[in-house]
Design a protein around this ligand. Sequence first.
Ligand SMILES: [Zn+2]
Ligand SMILES: [Zn+2]
Length: 215
Amino acid sequence: MTDSNSSAGSSTSCGCKVGRITTRYELSELDTTLVEYWTGEASEQYSTRELATYVNQRVLEAALETAAVPIKDGEVENTYRLLTDDDVSSGTRVQTRNELQRDGVPIEQVESDFTSHQTVYNHLTDCLETSLEEPSDEDRLDRSADKLGALQNRTSAVTTSTVEQLERNDILEIGDFDVVVSVTVTCEDCLQEYTVRELLERGTCQCHESSTGQD
Ligand SMILES: [Zn+2]
Ligand SMILES: [Zn+2]
C-alpha cells in the first residue's frame, strides 16, 4: 500500500555492510554523496579512509536523531572522535558510551555498524561500480603543494615552540623572532637552485626549459 514510498528515488540497496547501514539508518543520499566525494565531483576529494569516517558520522547522527537527542553544531564529529580516536582515554570513552546509552542511543549496535575504509572501497568499486580516474597533473601538483606546505608549517610551528620553550627556561636568549622554513631543490646538471614551491610552479629546471615550449 505504501510500498512505493520506500523505493522512490533510491537505488536497490546492495547486500554489503554499507548497503545494510544505508537501509537501517535511512541514509538515502549516502551513495550519491560517496561517489561525488570519492571521484572529486564535489568540491573536495576524499580518501576512502575519510569517507569511512563520514559514513560512520552519518550513522551516529541518525542514531542520535532517532533517540531524539538534541544535536549541537560539531557534536556528531566530536562524539565520534571520543568513541574512536586513539588519543582519547579509555575513561573518557566509557563515559561517552554511558551518556549515549542513558540518552537511549543503542551504542553497541551503532558501534558494530561502524564501517572500515576497505568496506567503503569495496562498496564503491563492487556495488556501485565506480572507478577512480587518475587525478589530473594539476590536481597532483596542488596536492603535492598542499602536503609540502603543511609540512613546512609544521616545521615552523615546532621550531617556534622549541625556541620559545628554551627561552622561557633561560637556556637561550633571543629578541622577537621569526621562523622561515624554506626547502630548496638543486638540479645537479644545471646547478640551478629552486625553492620547492618555485619548482612546482615552473614545472622544470633550467636544463629542460627550452624543450617545454614545444608541442
Ligand atoms: Zn555495497
Ligand atoms: Zn637542470
